[in-house]
Design a protein around this ligand. Structure first.
Ligand code: 1GP
Length: 248
């Protein structure tokens, strides 16, 4: 079993270092904007690219990964919305189980369909407890997964769900407000989840400002994931990276 990325990630966490990850939705980037993104990410502190989406309508999945891999050495980790989003060109895959929901299709169904293809792709597997958290608006992830997100004021539910994920052997915990969430997950919920588990904590959804990122890193997020806001303004990477630098 490959574990290069997992080891690198846990080593960073053990030193208290924070990480920044940019989510690339292949539907939202063309070749030019992708080149800009990669250039900006490389000259800053971007640790990983996640590639994927709850809904993908273009056929640019493979070529997006190829372009990123050909132009930089930032690891590409698949963040699949379904069993269709698997590629041997990536470095690793978040093998997600949607533990906040009660839809068997996203707890184990898609994983069964994906397993032989992931094995064949021969990429690192990162078993991840994925939790959707309520935000102001209903997100594509909530709709497509046909699950209820954890209510935003129920930190105890988030914490016990994360605990159960860890006890089931899931090596990472990902709290997500969903792409384009109208607000980010609260610092208090992040702190409570962080206190309840010892696995690395990934947080994403609705992060648009560096000050907000600072607060969420400080609350206990190890890795922050930003997608939409960087699609709109790639320069935000510079600000997030500067903020990140103050934690090192
Ligand atoms: C979504 O957490 C990611 O799964 C990123 O969300 O696009 O809102 O930054 P945004």
């Amino acid at each position: 079993m490959k574990d290069r990325i997992y080891n690198q990630l846990t080593e960073r966490c053990s030193k208290g270092r924070k990480m920044l990850c940019v989510l690339i939705d292949p539907d939202k980037y063309n070749e030019n904007s992708l080149h800009d993104l990669v250039r900006t990410a490389q000259s800053n502190n971007v640790h990983y690219f996640f590639v994927g989406g709850s809904l993908m309508t273009s056929d640019r999945f493979e070529q997006t990964i190829e372009l990123v891999k050909a132009t930089c050495d930032i690891p590409v980790i698949l963040f699949p919305g379904s069993a269709m989003q698997i590629s041997s060109k990536a470095d690793a895959i978040l093998f997600l189980s949607l533990i906040s929901g009660r839809n068997p299709e996203y707890l184990i169904g898609q994983q069964v369909l994906a397993a032989p293809y992931v094995r064949k792709a021969d990429i690192e597997v990162l078993p991840t407890g994925y939790m959707l958290i309520e935000s102001q608006n209903n997100t594509t992830a909530n709709y497509i997964s046909n699950t209820l997100p954890i209510p935003k004021d129920k930190a105890d539910i988030a914490a016990t769900t994360a605990m159960a994920g860890e006890m089931l052997g899931l090596k990472l915990c990902y709290m997500d407000g969903g792409s384009g969430a109208g607000e980010s997950i609260s610092a208090s919920m992040i702190s409570e989840v962080k206190r309840s588990i010892s696995t690395p904590l990934i947080v994403g959804g609705g992060i648009t400002k560096s000050q907000q990122a600072r607060e969420l890193w400080a609350a206990g997020a190890d890795i922050l994931v930003v997608g939409n806001a960087i699609e709109k303004d790639v320069e935000l990477i510079n600000e997030l990276s500067r903020e990140l630098g103050t934690f090192v």
